[in-house]
Design a protein around this ligand. Sequence first.
Ligand code: FAD
Length: 436
Amino acid sequence: MENLHHIVVVGGGAGGLELVTRLGNKLGRKGKARVTLVDAGLTHVWKPLLHEVASGSLDANANEINYRAHARKHHYEFQLGRMNGLDRDAKQLVISAFHDQDGAEVVPERRIRYDTLVIAVGSTANDFGTPGAQDHCLFLDSLSQARRFHNLMLNAFLRKNHEALQGQNHALNISIIGAGATGVELAAELRLASRELPVYGMNHLKPSDVSITVIEAADRILPALPARLSAAANRELEHQHINVLTGQPVSEVHSASIVMKDGTELPSEMTIWAAGIKAPAFLADLDGLEANRGNQLVVKQTLQATRDDSVFALGDCAACPQPDTDRPVPPRAQAAHQQADTLFKTLRNRITGGDAVPFVYNDHGSLINFSHYTTVGNLMGNLSGRSMYIEGKVARLFYVSLYRMHQVALHGPVRAGIIWLMDKISRAMQPRLKLH
Ligand SMILES: Cc1cc2nc3c(=O)[nH]c(=O)nc-3n(C[C@H](O)[C@H](O)[C@H](O)COP(=O)(O)OP(=O)(O)OC[C@H]3O[C@@H](n4cnc5c(N)ncnc54)[C@H](O)[C@@H]3O)c2cc1C
């Protein structure tokens, strides 16, 4: 084991966990390489599900994967810990000391030696230093943040229901800053929650008492997607009685309001920041590796760091060039999925002395899911390169298939099929919303 080529993947998210699963199954199992996953958490939940966890329309427990159990099944090792540094000369990564909930040290700072290192640590929302954002906004970057949001939302509904019972002013204002896919989908999920909760006993609060506003600095929602898609999404938000403010940069966030650049103040008891992304700060200065202003590691088309061929990066934390455009690969689950596939081939070649495979992003289109209401999107034609607008059940099918593909990559087709069936049964048995 000691003499085997050691591949260390840091970050078991949308891309990293798929990569380590294939490496374990193909190289680890046959004793051709030692494969280790390092993650700051003990479990994996696919990040695009977090807004559903936040609203309660999805039970995270049923969709959580325990890294230790998964590692055992797929022939890789798992190390719990948060990477915070790198020593490229010694080929070691540095993992922070691990503390328990009371602050007692469980494991001291450690170093892990690698032959090949893959950094796949994802991204967090970028508040661009907006005053008050860190103190007063909620974020949806991790499972714990999504769960916290869910608890705060249930408490806010409970409080407002009680105030309605007392005949007091009980309007609840929820604002989402950023009308990208995350912000728009979250708004629809919250509308569903505001309609469902009265069914479960909070019957003094009406859905119309819950005001949901999406705020966007650009002049249209979903600014990164085609205009037709953003117009369709806009119509759907209006249909769901969700307010849309475009061309409105936020300049300050307070505990119960938001101040716009033009000085307008909007009441907001719950504010969610869903605008922009940045990679974790420790990447900005990682033993001389090149990083951009958003802390992303700059990589070549082979996903190798520009200054070190033994270090690779994929997913949201990588700035990867694309041929024929100066825009890097977008930070999306489908990009992380495709990069994991390419990198698997490269790392397999690396063991046998073969070449690195260049990554070419294949945009299959974008889908925006409005909770149980509808889905809209565009699919890219592989041959024509033109996009086709779709909506409704067909669009929903494509939307769900992205997560199902992730499950197939992690569990294989048979187990993924069983999980799909169990999901169906559990959805039929459980209330539509998670109520605790
Ligand atoms: C609410 C929401 C909805 C989204 N919806 C969509 C969608 O519909 N379609 C789409 O294509 N994309 C969507 N995205 C974007 C998508 O989730 C990301 O592009 C994708 O998850 C990136 O994958 P990744 O592997 O780079 O990182 P992630 O999936 O974020 O995984 C990063 C992993 O690294 C770990 N980690 C972080 N820092 C460290 C550290 N220092 N040391 C060790 N481990 C660390 C984390 O614990 C995590 O497990 C959505 C994002 C959000 C937040």
